[in-house]
Design a protein around this ligand. Sequence first.
Ligand SMILES: Nc1ccn([C@@H]2O[C@H](COP(=O)(O)OP(=O)(O)OP(=O)(O)O)[C@@H](O)[C@H]2O)c(=O)n1
Ligand SMILES: C[C@](O)(CO)[C@H](O)COP(=O)(O)O
Length: 231
Amino acid sequence: MTATVLIPAAGMGRRMGADINKQYLQLAGRPILAHTLSLFDQSPHVSRIIVVSPADEIAYCRREVVARFGLRKVEAVIAGGAERQDSVRNGLRHLGEREPGVVLIHDGVRPFFPARLIPRVIAAAAEQGGCVVGVPVKDTVKEVEDGRIRATPERGRLWLAQTPQAFSCALVRDAHEQALADGFRGTDDASLVERLGHRPAMLEGSYRNIKITTPEDLLVAEAFLTRPEEP
Ligand SMILES: Nc1ccn([C@@H]2O[C@H](COP(=O)(O)OP(=O)(O)OP(=O)(O)O)[C@@H](O)[C@H]2O)c(=O)n1
Ligand SMILES: C[C@](O)(CO)[C@H](O)COP(=O)(O)O
């Protein structure tokens, strides 16, 4: 079974504070976005890739990433929206009704997702409707209100949600459209599906699957590149 991959890469990288958008910063001679796209482009479990980009960077993305690095499965680069949720919704609308299977949604700035997990994510989404990749929390987490601790949730039940997050395409499209209609804003795609009463599976991924967000993440990324994960 193969799946479609949707890559939201339409953010502005404000927290990175670089001169160029963070997905185009170089890691080992390639833009971060090219690393991420290559993971999926090379996978036999992926049929096609849709990239969501800032509208004014579409031509640059096509030329400097897709064409330059020969990413053959990238079918389209389309315009995103104001927030990640808007960008993903644009991508899902682009896929429209013609997408019958599973769609994997993966942040353009998570270049270290282990590609060996792609078939497991797809299978879990196909069997259980949805699947989120994540890792168990290592620190103790506190709920804080007005500068004071309100609660200490039991750590054994807490996971950090990463991407990819994969779903049957019809389900996640409905979840995004319902969230828009209700004015609901979530920080990931699964939360939109959960509020419709579904319980996506959690699949243990890798602590290396970081979202490159702030400058110190680039130092960590360089370190990962010098010592690649075992396949
Ligand atoms: N309007 C947006 C905002 C974010 N994203 C994408 O969602 C992923 C995760 O977002 P984040 O790391 O927060 O990226 P930015 O929004 O670019 O960062 P910042 O909040 O610092 O500006 C990134 O691949 C980003 O490009 C997107 O497609 N559309
Ligand atoms: C989807 C996500 O990467 C899961 O961890 C994350 O929630 C995105 O958050 P952001 O604030 O839009 O970067």
